[in-house]
Design a protein around this ligand. Structure first.
Ligand code: PAF
Length: 285
């Protein structure tokens, strides 16, 4: 496995692979890798001749300084996991490699931005779409893999690739979960034992809401019930618990056509202490 820190070294390797007509898959991460990231690397390996994983904690997507400062870093363990997963190349740039002095361009999507994490984390989505655009240009892959846990991020990146004519397939990989169905996240490492026991409530509530909606219960009513269960379980605050279209994140309510409702997705973000957890779940599952 090669490890490169500069875009020049990255380009040199990628150009060689392209000259040999090898197909390239990329997985972008902020490190602190878990099985969810390794599932993305596995999907990339299955579809491509070469796999690149990027590790870069992107300061532009943190709306909260404390979150950036406490974001887990475990590079040695990450590199070992990627080596074991058969990754070909790890791109590990420093901040000034991505945002050199004078850097001033932002890639901002005009739709699907002002809801969910876009509404509750100002600047976060622009930070994501900016860094992902740069990393797509720098790695020049045939395919790029993103976890569906960050469903809004995945849809926005698809939009960027389409709108900017980037020649890449953006592929969404289903969320990987613990045995108790907690969605894997690097932030789970920050949970205390007590918080870790509370965390799976998000999934329990989502799956119960999906069942109730399929049985014909009213949307407003079940969402209100779900909010109460989440707060009663020990979460301090809910940023959102909503049902939205998985195509364009349009809000779904009791006036929505029933077929559209059944093809919608439940989205949740809630706080356990200083840790914000997100998840989503399709109603039709
Ligand atoms: O999902 C993430 O870890 C990040 O948002 C990403 C895609 C690596 C961009 O920094």
């Amino acid at each position: 496995m090669r490890i490169v820190k500069s875009k020049q070294d990255l380009r040199a390797l990628v150009s060689g692979w392209k000259a040999d007509k090898q197909e390239i898959g990329v997985v972008m991460t902020m490190g602190a890798l878990h099985e969810g990231h390794l599932a993305l690397a596995g999907a990339a390996k299955a579809d491509n001749d070469r796999v690149i994983v990027t590790i870069f904690i992107n300061p532009k997507q943190f709306d909260n300084k404390a979150d950036l400062e406490t974001y887990p870093v475990d590079t040695d363990a990450d590199l070992q996991k990627l080596e074991d997963a058969g990754v070909d190349l790890v791109y590990l740039p420093q901040v000034n490699e991505i945002y050199p002095k004078g850097y001033s361009t932002t890639v901002a999507v005009g739709t699907m931005q002002d809801c969910l994490c876009g509404a509750t984390r100002p600047g976060h989505m622009d930070g994501v779409t900016t860094v992902v655009s740069k990393l797509l240009i720098q790695t020049s892959p045939d395919r790029a893999y993103f976890g569906q846990k960050d469903f809004q991020q995945y849809l926005l990146i698809q939009r960027v690739a389409g709108d900017l004519d980037l020649d890449v397939d953006v592929i969404g990989v289903p969320t990987v979960r613990e045995d108790d169905n907690l969605a894997l996240s690097s932030r789970n490492r920050r949970l205390s034992e007590e918080q870790r026991n509370i965390a799976p409530t998000l999934y329990k509530v989502e799956s119960a809401i999906a069942d109730l909606i399929r049985q014909g219960e009213a949307v407003d009513h079940v969402l209100e019930w779900g909010r109460k269960i989440i707060l009663d379980s020990g979460f301090e605050r809910i940023d959102y618990l909503e049902i939205r279209s998985e195509e364009d994140l349009e809000l779904i309510s009791d006036v929505t056509d029933r077929d559209d409702l059944l093809s919608g997705r439940i989205f949740v973000a809630a706080w356990l202490g200083n840790t914000r957890l997100i998840d989503n779940y399709p109603i039709s599952r």
